[in-house]
Design a protein around this ligand. Structure first.
Ligand SMILES: NC(=O)c1ccc[n+]([C@@H]2O[C@H](COP(=O)([O-])OP(=O)(O)OC[C@H]3O[C@@H](n4cnc5c(N)ncnc54)[C@H](O)[C@@H]3O)[C@@H](O)[C@H]2O)c1
Ligand SMILES: [Zn+2]
Length: 391
């Protein structure tokens, strides 16, 4: 059952950087964060208005970060925020000064075949890549105090009080939404919930297996719970995740390091008498994609890949296996959600006390304590930490 559409129907580069993988770009935390931040020039650039492509903001109330190891470098992998529009460029009609908005990394131009189709969130006009530039014109809008170019990050660039974002990366939201909750929908919670709701289309009474109970996996559980899944099996190497998972509807837990002489997929096939209806890989390991695929039921089982493995990591399936299993394997960038329409819908479901966002926020810090927030995340001590810019 579609928990969102049940109540309300949604209304309806040239990049110079080379992609090093989904999250191959980021902030090198070996440099003090303050020194990176302190050098951003926040004055508006007249060109922004002339291009008619950009939107500028004031009052960045908070942003939210999560980090992971990418090729050995600690990178910000999500910067999710809620902002207030300061001014708009020519040709921007969707938002006006003073609007409350959420930015997102995945473009939604609203014009191309894919953006116009309800079946896809993969824009063709501004195809997603990991780039240090604005995606429409391949330039940067930032300089430091010496006039040197600073790079954008995932088209959002929120480690500053002001930024410039293409209108394809923004959606307007209800300003009554608490900022420290709305920001969660800028990336990961939307991704996980969307994967269950939009990509898998989890049905009432079904069984779901989630590999990895980080924020993405827990958001999948939340989406599956809202869709009416009967049984939600969480798989993780950290046993603490089961207690946390219960808050989001996880009913069973499998510690993949504690399966005796069995592999995880054998355990799940036994638990479900033939395999789960839906499996989600939420870690970023191809080996787990294979386990997830093996854990879903022949004939109709569907496996959704959310995790981002190293660039070039390969999946291998025999054609016999594919032919005879009748299973579906698909990826879900941003959970398959169409950000401009689906994020405001998710906010409505939060305001209606259906979607649980509160439990994802385990810590809140001021900007001066940003390094503490990174420590909490790398230490696995928090699910999501909200960082306030100007509380
Ligand atoms: N599809 C998208 O659009 C999208 C968006 C954001 C993030 N992601 C990706 O989703 C993945 C998960 O993100 P997250 O923020 O939840 O990460 P996270 O680090 O917070 O959580 C990962 C979880 O996986 C568990 N884990 C690690 N190794 C495991 C193993 N071998 N077996 C079982 N569990 C294991 C960890 O204990 C942890 O609980 C990452 O790869 C991230 O890059 C994808
Ligand atoms: Zn498009």
């Amino acid at each position: 059952m579609d928990f969102l559409l049940k109540k309300e129907k949604p209304t309806t580069n040239k990049n110079k950087g080379s992609s090093t993988g989904f999250y191959g770009f980021g902030l090198d935390l070996s440099s003090p964060v303050e020194s990176v931040m302190g050098s951003i020039e926040t004055e508006s650039n007249e060109e922004d208005y002339l291009t008619g492509l950009t939107t500028m903001f004031k009052e960045l109330p908070l942003f939210f970060v999560n980090i992971s190891k990418v090729n050995g470098i600690m990178c910000t992998k999500n910067i999710i925020v809620q902002w207030v529009v300061e001014s708009v460029g020519e040709g921007v009609h969707e938002v006006v000064e003073g609007d409350t908005v959420i930015p997102f990394f995945l473009p939604d131009c609203g014009e191309c075949t894919d953006c116009l189709s309800p079946k896809s969130n993969l824009c063709s006009k501004l195809p997603f890549s990991v780039s240090p530039w604005m995606d429409r014109d391949g330039t940067s809008r930032f300089t430091n105090i010496n006039g040197e170019t600073l790079y954008h990050f995932l088209f959002v660039s929120s480690f500053s009080e002001y930024t410039v974002v293409d209108i394809a990366h923004l959606t307007k939201i209800d300003p009554a939404t608490p900022a420290n909750r709305a920001c969660l929908l800028s990336c990961e919670v939307s991704t996980g919930v969307g994967a269950a709701w939009k990509t898998a289309k989890v049905e009432t009474g079904t069984t779901v297996a989630i590999f990895g109970l980080g924020a993405i996996g827990l958001a999948v559980a939340e989406g599956a719970r809202l869709c009416g899944a009967k049984r939600i099996i969480g798989v993780d190497v950290n046993p603490d995740r089961f207690e946390i998972g219960k808050k989001f509807g996880v009913t069973d837990f499998v510690n993949s390091r504690n399966c005796g002489d069995k592999i995880v997929s054998q355990v799940i096939i036994e638990m479900t008498d033939g395999g789960a209806d839906y499996c989600f890989e939420c870690v970023g390991l191809t080996s787990l994609v294979h386990e997830a695929y093996a854990s879903c039921r022949k004939g109709w089982g569907k496996t959704v890949v959310l995790g981002a493995d190293q660039p070039g990591a390969m999946l291998t399936f025999s054609s016999f296996e594919v032919l005879h299993s009748g299973k579906t394997l698909t990826g879900a960038l941003f959970g398959g959600i169409k950000p401009k329409t689906d994020i405001p819908l998710l906010i409505k479901r939060y305001m209606a006390k259906e979607l649980q966002l509160d439990k994802f926020v385990t810590h809140e810090v001021d900007f001066k304590d940003i390094n503490k927030a990174f420590d909490l995340l790398t230490g696995g001590k928090c699910l999501r930490c909200v960082i306030w810019m100007n509380k």
